[in-house]
Design a protein around this ligand. Structure first.
Ligand code: KIV
Length: 277
């Protein structure tokens, strides 16, 4: 009864939290990417990405906003449904957008929407010590949770912009403590955005759960990039950690396969993609 998913294609069983934990233990890098529709989801699946995130970055790359703040629950549910239709193997994560998790009860109701309507297997929320109770509550209700630390794009109007986080010693120490506390509260994955590589390494070593980085150096358990950056669709100034995998590729799926291969072989991120304290 429980094996029907695996039987759909037993050579490529769906990635689960168990698969990701095993990859961390065996030091196989986890290749992750954002995605927002069914056609690209098929390509991400064909390229053998391990985890796909329906990120609120869709507010910037699809909707043309300057930040992720305008993105709504309905937006994420709509795109998550589309992505879920195109995926078979990758683990599907969806963002809880800005102001969709002010209390544990509201966070639970919105997470249930992402899972039941959207087809997500995990929810991601921008976190810190202030979200411990919410993470604990979601975990207690059997919701798989990814806690996002470091640069938190939903807070840019409060924090003053898209800046590298955790550069000074006290901020780095606070981030390590927050990551450990979120893991103890029940987070199943921690995602680190735009932090010095040294801090990315320390947090990865301090946690048992997989740690995924974007601009967090080469030592995290996995990497994630925005799909449109990998495929060089995004225009304008790009963050330091972005690499254009279309350069030298013969098709979109070839570029995605080159990204996955670069993560697995640890050739991405290279020194020029890193931040330091
Ligand atoms: O929304 C998003 O795309 C993200 C990534 C930057 C990890 O959260």
């Amino acid at each position: 009864m429980y094996t029907h998913l695996e039987q759909r294609d037993s050579t490529r069983p769906p990635v689960s939290l168990g698969t990701l934990a095993k990859m961390k233990r065996e030091k196989e890098k986890i290749a992750c990417i954002t995605c927002y529709d069914a056609s690209f989801a098929v390509l991400c699946d064909n390229a053998d990405t391990d985890l796909v995130l329906v990120g609120d970055s869709l507010g910037m790359v699809l909707q043309g906003h300057d930040t992720t703040v305008p993105v709504t629950m309905d937006d994420i549910v709509y795109h998550c449904k589309a992505v879920a239709r195109g995926l078979h193997r990758p683990f599907l994560v969806a963002d809880l957008p800005f102001a969709s998790y002010p209390t544990a009860d509201i966070a639970l109701a919105n997470s249930v929407r992402l899972m039941q309507e959207g087809g997500a297997e995990m929810v991601k929320l921008e976190s810190g010590l202030g979200q411990l109770e919410i993470v604990e509550f979601l975990a207690r209700h059997d919701i798989a949770v990814c806690a996002h630390l470091g640069l938190k794009p939903q807070s840019v109007h409060k924090t003053g912009g898209f800046k590298v986080q955790g550069r000074d010693e006290s901020a780095a120490k606070r981030m390590i403590e927050s990551a450990k506390a979120l893991e103890s509260a029940g987070a199943d994955i921690v995602l680190l955005e735009c932090i010095p590589s040294e801090l990315g390494k320390k947090i990865t070593e301090a946690l048992e759960v997989p740690v995924i980085g974007i601009g967090a150096g080469p030592d995290t358990d996995g990497q994630i990039l925005v799909l449109y950056d990998v495929l060089d669709i995004t225009s304008g100034r790009k963050p330091r950690f972005v690499k254009n995998f279309m350069d030298g590729a013969t098709s979109n799926v070839h570029a995605l396969k080159r990204y996955v291969e670069a993560v697995k072989s640890k050739t991405y991120p290279a020194p020029e993609h890193e931040f330091h304290a």
